[in-house]
Design a protein around this ligand. Structure first.
Ligand SMILES: NC(=O)c1ccc[n+]([C@@H]2O[C@H](COP(=O)([O-])OP(=O)(O)OC[C@H]3O[C@@H](n4cnc5c(N)ncnc54)[C@H](O)[C@@H]3O)[C@@H](O)[C@H]2O)c1
Length: 291
């Protein structure tokens, strides 16, 4: 195994709720690779989640911050500086939440106050983190910022609801802020577009099992797990990726480039397409008429 990829690096990891969280795996691997960091999550997550267990496991302090609150973010960075004894080299935004999804509202019947909350928590929070970090000059030269995204930013997934717009905005903020932070301090900003992963946020999306199974059948390498995702984050925080910035990096076993796979053709459609026979026949008849 590669060792000490992050030796001497300091960071802030946001979004570890429980042992399934992607941020949890990133924290474990960052610790294994020699980094020191501060963990952060929303006040309610500190009360209800297991983050303090992770704190003990990785010798990390936990700081409460609601990422929609600029004051909380300022405090988070100030406290992190004090605890870590200086500026940081990496920042993980592993945060998402949609009240519309939580309440099971259909996309054609969204609550707009909820939608604003979705945008604030899941996308604008990345801008807030970056803007506060930029103004406080809290990230070292060649630092690396990663936010987690999903392919619903580009394609339609019927039950992903307003999170699709949030992810599109998140990726756009990464590109726009990536320019400014790159010019100012050579800080890189990227999003990782991850496979469906079994976590609290993931399984909260309607029909998650089908998302997962479909992507598994489509991807030549299979779905990327949260452990795989953590490995990718570690590489992106390391010095081996210094010229990668303003990218949306698909981490999905090849899913995003697929049309249809052998697995889907052979096993997933148990009817082998028979239930579409009438449509196929109709098309054939219409085709003959055109001839
Ligand atoms: N699980 C998947 O299938 C999947 C796929 C692609 C991308 N992602 C993304 O990965 C990221 C991490 O999600 P996860 O799957 O590990 O689920 P998770 O539920 O473990 O993590 C989501 C985190 O967001 C935090 N959060 C919510 N509101 C907050 C607020 N106001 N302030 C601070 N933190 C807040 C939660 O407390 C939680 O820790 C999210 O951006 C998610 O959209 C997940």
């Amino acid at each position: 195994m590669i060792k000490n990829l992050l030796k001497g690096k300091k960071g802030v990891i946001l979004g570890a709720l429980d042992a399934n969280s992607i941020a949890w795996k990133v924290a474990e691997k960052a610790h294994q690779q020699g980094a020191t960091f501060v963990l952060s999550n929303a006040p309610i997550a500190l009360r209800k989640g297991d983050i303090f267990t992770l704190g003990k496991q990785t010798n990390s302090e936990v700081i409460s911050a609601d990422v929609t609150q600029v004051d909380d973010i300022e405090n988070l960075f100030q406290e992190s500086r004090n605890i870590l004894g200086g500026n940081i080299d990496f920042l993980l935004h592993s945060i998402g939440m949609s009240p519309n999804v939580r309440k099971g509202l259909r996309y054609t019947d969204l609550d707009y106050n909820y939608m604003m909350k979705t945008m604030d928590v899941s996308a604008i929070s990345l801008h807030k983190l970056l803007q506060v970090a930029y103004k406080m000059d809290v990230i070292n030269e060649w630092g690396s910022v990663i936010a987690l995204s999903y392919i619903a930013a580009q394609r339609t997934f019927s039950t992903y609801s307003d999170m699709a717009q949030a992810k599109a905005m998140l990726e756009s903020i990464c590109r726009s802020f990536g320019y400014h932070y790159g010019k100012k301090k050579k800080v890189r900003v990227n999003t990782i577009s991850q496979s469906p992963t079994i976590t609290t946020a993931g399984t909260g999306v309607g029909g998650f099992k089908s998302f997962y199974a479909y992507a598994q059948c489509m991807s030549p390498l299979g779905n990327a797990s949260s452990e795989d995702c953590a490995d990718y984050c570690i590489m992106m925080f390391s010095d081996l990726t210094q010229k990668v910035t303003m990218q949306n990096l698909f981490h999905d076993g090849g899913y995003s480039t697929m049309g249809i796979s052998e697995t889907l053709i052979q096993s997933c459609f148990t009817c082998q397409g028979e239930c579409f026979d009438d449509i196929i026949e109709r098309e054939r008849v219409m085709g003959k008429k055109k001839e």
